[in-house]
Design a binder for this molecule. Structure first.
Ligand code: IDP
Ligand code: MG
Length: 138
């Protein structure tokens, strides 16, 4: 049975013109795009989205980065959506990501790592509802 996950094509990817390449990879992996928005995150939105990391030393830099340019937010559907997206994204640090993963091929650094993917079904639901109404998921 298909289920949902959530992704953000991060500012470095949009700046470098990698949005289409990354979406194409996701489609090739069997993800269907249920909803897609280009958005410029406010600091409040970025802080809220990454609230779980608020106490981490990299948090201010992460918020600077995520507000440094527009991103694409997308709700995706596939069987095993959450673990499969994590697999095709690769490790948080592109230098440690497996060959052929999105972060290995498009990420610049542990911070500017090309793409976000939800880490659980529960967080996928929360993150999708951060950007989309149910009526916008088709
Ligand atoms: P994830 O994106 O692989 O789930 P998280 O640990 O949830 O990784 O971290 C959220 C985001 O914060 C990362 O994708 C990355 O952009 C940034 N980040 C994580 N760890 C570091 C770090 O050690 N230095 C700088 N930025 C980091
Ligand atoms: Mg995470």
């Amino acid at each position: 049975m298909p289920n949902r996950t959530f992704t953000i094509i991060k500012p470095d990817s949009v700046r470098k013109g990698n949005f289409g390449k990354i979406i194409s990879r996701l489609e090739d992996e069997g993800f269907r795009v249920l909803g897609l928005k280009k958005v410029s995150l406010s600091r409040t939105q970025a802080e809220g989205f990454y609230a779980v990391h608020r106490e981490r030393p990299f948090f201010p830099g992460l918020v600077d980065y995520m507000t440094s340019g527009p991103v694409y937010a997308a709700a995706l559907e596939r069987s095993e959506a959450v673990p499969h997206l994590r697999k095709v994204m690769g490790a948080t640090d592109p230098a440690k990501a497996d060959a052929g993963t999105i972060r290995k091929d498009f990420g610049e650094s542990i911070e500017q790592n090309a793409i976000h993917g939800s880490d659980s079904d529960e967080n996928a639901k929360i993150e999708i509802s951060f950007f989309f109404a149910e009526s916008e998921l088709l």
